[in-house]
Design a protein around this ligand. Structure first.
Ligand code: PLP
Length: 448
């Protein structure tokens, strides 16, 4: 059997219909360089999604492969349990303590293999933090409508996109509050006259549930899978105040926004907010190996240390916590981000890309909103003057455009009524222009 048939016969692909996949078969990726990937069909495609918002340094970086091979030759892995440690994990924790803003006081870290696990761990830490202080009732996690926090049980329950709950009802300890989505404000208000009523609604949710039952609020600095939705000015300041007023921990999910995506190192730099716990993944290794993690602010760490009863260990514990080789990949990846100034490039090329999107599609009658920050941009499509979906028939409008773009050599992602364009942080202006050219042709093809 050829590879394509073997794939059809044995491999399952997420977010892909079983039947359709068997009919159509896979695109087999064989290599890549910079913002492009190659397939076994001889195609070269622009990766306008950075994989899944994670390939921040672009494809084909041999120095990460070399760093990984070198680490594996020394010690590939040893559990991070008990007193055991490895140099790459120690140095990565120290490096992150310096990369996160000093005012955040984030200075203790535990590494996981991805974002869902990071969020699971953060929830466990938040509950433990309250419990060791005698607040055993604080078990609930508040997350916001349109949030994506992963797919495992607790992270999947914090995810508030109904499509992910079809056969997986969220855990009742997870509670939903409205989000800061001005284009489709669930409260029917307009910014700034609304005075950030959506943040007040998070507070109303905490009060309704009973503050002594709520452990944490989790929020993405920019909602990613929900449709690339940056917050209105002042939102996170207010959310921080709400959490403080009720003794609730604020967890920032920086799984997408971390490591330069928003044009600053972290979303918390962009929105000037300091969480109690931060979760991250994706861009920390640019996908060269799986890695995620949780950062704890100094006060949270100290409370866990000082208030835990004698003899009670932290009952986290994943086989691959603090994985030496994955941490080595993170170092090589962060070296590239620093050396090539990719955070700055994300800000500059991101602003340019957003301008070009607005200039090219701003007058399109179905382009409801064109928004973004850094290299996280999107067009939300809707019927003129409103928020009704632009598409008709089985395929959404953005899915039709993404499909046309794919035929023309560009991968972009349709998310509900949005078309997300988020190429690697090494994208040049010329490459941004190339993407705009393909998108123009693709939109014209759908219009026709
Ligand atoms: C904001 C956010 N949090 C968490 C996750 C889950 O990460 P993973 O897929 O690595 O488990 C994702 C994945 O897309 C994400 O976008």
């Amino acid at each position: 059997m050829d590879l394509r048939d073997l794939d059809r016969a044995h491999l399952i692909h997420p977010i892909t219909e079983f039947r359709k996949h068997e009919e159509k078969g896979p695109s087999i990726v064989t290599g890549g360089e910079g913002i492009r990937i190659r397939t076994s069909d001889g195609e070269t495609l622009i990766d306008g999604c950075s994989g899944l918002w994670n390939v921040n340094v672009g494809h084909g970086r041999r120095e990460i492969a070399d760093a990984v091979a070198e680490q594996m030759r020394d010690v590939a892995y040893y559990p991070g349990f008990w007193e055991f440690s490895t140099e790459p994990a120690i140095r990565l924790a120290e490096r992150l303590a310096n990369l996160f803003p000093a005012a955040s006081k984030l200075d203790h870290f535990v590494f996981t293999t991805g974002g869902s696990e990071a969020n699971e761990t953060a929830f466990r830490l938040a509950r433990t933090y309250h419990a060791v202080r005698g607040d055993h009732g604080r078990q609930k996690i508040v997350s916001r409508a349109h949030a994506y926090h992963g797919i495992t049980r607790a992270a999947g329950s914090a995810t508030r996109l109904p499509a992910y709950h079809i056969f997986a009802t969220p855990d009742p300890l997870h509670v939903e509050a409205p989000t800061s989505y001005c284009f489709r404000c669930a409260l029917g208000k307009n910014y700034p006259e609304c005075e950030l009523a959506c943040a007040e609604e998070v507070e109303a949710t905490i009060i309704r549930e009973g503050p002594d039952t709520v452990a944490a609020v989790i929020a993405e600095p920019v909602l990613g899978t929900g449709g690339v939705i940056p917050p209105p000015d002042g939102y996170f300041e207010k959310l921080r105040e709400v959490c403080d007023r009720h003794g609730v921990l604020l967890i920032l999910d920086e799984v997408i926004t971390g490591f330069g995506r928003t044009g600053r190192w972290f979303g918390m730099d962009t929105y000037d907010v300091h969480p109690d716990l931060v979760t991250f993944a994706k861009g920390i290794t640019s996908g060269y190996l799986p890695l995620g993690g949780v950062g704890l602010s100094r006060p949270v760490y100290e409370s866990l240390r000082d208030d835990s009863p004698q003899g009670l260990p932290f009952m986290g514990g994943l086989t691959y916590n603090n994985h030496a080789t994955c941490c080595a990949a993170a170092h090589a990846n962060i070296d590239i981000i620093e050396r090539e100034g990719l955070v700055d490039n994300s800000a500059k090329v991101g602003a340019y890309l957003l301008d070009r999107l607005r200039e090219t599609f701003g007058d399109h009658p179905l382009a409801g909103e064109i928004r973004g920050v850094g290299l996280m941009t999107a067009i939300e499509w809707s019927k003129p003057g409103g928020t009704e979906p632009a598409g008709a028939g089985p395929m959404t409008h953005p899915a039709a455009i993404a499909s046309e773009a794919r035929k023309r050599g560009l991968i972009v992602r349709a998310l509900w009524e949005c078309l997300a364009v988020s190429p690697p942080l090494c994208t040049t202006r010329e490459e941004a222009d190339e993407m705009i050219g393909i998108l123009s042709e693709s939109v014209a093809a759908v219009d026709a």
